[in-house]
Ligand binder design. Sequence first.
Ligand code: ASP
Length: 358
Amino acid sequence: MSRLTDISWEDFERLGLEAKKPYLERFEGDGMPYHTLFAQQFDRALLMRLCALANRIRFINKSKEGALYLKNVLAHKRAMLYFSQPSSRTFLSHLAACQLLGITTGSVRDAATSSEFKGESREDSIRTFSSYFDMIIMRSPEQGLAEKMAWELSNSERPVPILNAGSGKDQHPTQALLDIYTLVRSFERKGGIDGRTVTFCGDLKRGRTVRSLSYLLTDFRDVKQVFVAPPELQVPDDVTAILREKGVRYEISDDLRAATRASDAVYMTRIQDEWDNAKGESARIDTSRFKFGAEELELLGPDSIIMHPLPRRDEIATCCDHDPRAMYWRQMRNGMWIRAALIASTFGFEREIMDCGY
Ligand code: ASP
């Protein structure tokens, strides 16, 4: 068993994601992550376990007795939501997931209101949070910060778990979990995810949800990935390198309509202009052909779906919203269920919930 206490931060930081994985698992050896930092920690078996648990929690919560049972499961735990980057859905769905399980929460949403403003290091801030809380759910504009904090905590007297709720342009593992859960649910009576074609469209260069989901899709058999974007915003090489290494079929394209015709799922994303190097840089890119509207809807197959991690701007026309193939609203609610499943599993309550009498 590898432990974060057995390795220096410098040596850990140098490892590839696959090699980092065992250091982040729960000590119980059930394969579940303790610190959830990147999508590469989840293989197909783990994804299926989490989807089954999310289904179970969703079902149990339907009755008052069931909801009260769930509220008791983690009533002895507290979680800190530390979000130093804007968020609506990820913040609220983690909060709602904690509430479902009876976890008491606290939050910092703006470093300017914490002692970081007085010059406290993030390491010290995190240690402070860990004195009062049993889990830290964190979002940061900084790539790699969640990893560093996980290492710091594991090497402290209060080694509480970290959940990465979005790190820079890099990863958004819990969004990818909810995206997979949405795909699983959408295709559950239609033969599952294997063999499907998934198109990503929009800002694929800076969209962290794309990197995380693209990886998780490699856990399924024969899923083709199509990347539709203007050349300036096309998918980065590190993402396609993984696909080549794993022998996954993919295509780079600038034709959303052709891709829509051939896709089982179209995953739209917004332009991530908060990462522009110069003001107005993104606005100069012609994105007019990378929007999903009435004409694209016409081309979409009857069983295919439209997804979006949200927030949306104008990349999906509102006329699509009431189409049964528009999955983005349900996708959002799925986030609450799968995050509840992940949090319960992190604390070791997967079996108990699966086997409870509700
Ligand atoms: N909500 C997603 C994220 O935090 C997508 C986005 O912001 O465009 O990455």
